[in-house]
Design a binder for this molecule. Sequence first.
Ligand code: SAM
Length: 213
Amino acid sequence: MRSRFKPWASDLIDSHPEIVIPKPEEKKGKWQEVFDNKNPLHIEAGTGKGRFITGMAKANPDINYIGIELFDSVIVTALETVLEEENGIPNLRLLKVNAKKIGEYFEKGEVDRLYLNFSDPWPKKRHAKRRLTHESFLKLYQVVLPEKGEIHFKTDNRKLFEYSLTSISEYGMLLTDVSLDLHDNEPEWNIMTEYEEKFSKKGQPIYRLEAQF
Ligand code: SAM
């Protein structure tokens, strides 16, 4: 999609195919070649402006990261963050695609961990299928993650969190960690997302879970 608000965004994205990979389906099963190493691959679906994924990639150079985002207007900020770094962020790539097509871009078991951060809540019942923790999405994630592959999920939205706990449990996944107030005793490894900073500044609790297939 071309951004209505940042008409220059798609041109900047198109001029950096080494960072925002233009035809990711051609890289399916070949991400180790793209990164030129065999490090684990962690992806984030719904990366937004990329504060989390760029922060994680800088903090963990031995892990490869891919941020997936639908819109030019936000993913372009993640791209700008990479470009501002003197040597770029070599262990990070970005995909401007829909997470529901994840199986077209990654081979079975090719992804070691999936992050979902402040996913759109889609509060209306009739839109439940669009929630990134809906059973239909869990099915897609299960294919690209290995046995015991993990999903890490953060949100400020209590209803979405409750829904996700149920959806993940009913799917048969094992909940390995649940926090109802991540910032009460914030772990030193936590990297805040844009939304996380916004909502925690307002005093809202941040919910977090880790689950394993
Ligand atoms: N993760 C960021 C954060 O925590 O600050 C952004 C959160 S924002 C509420 C949700 C983002 O997910 C939006 O940028 C939206 O465009 C993106 N998104 C929603 N559904 C998506 C999908 N199916 N595939 C890729 N991105 C998606």
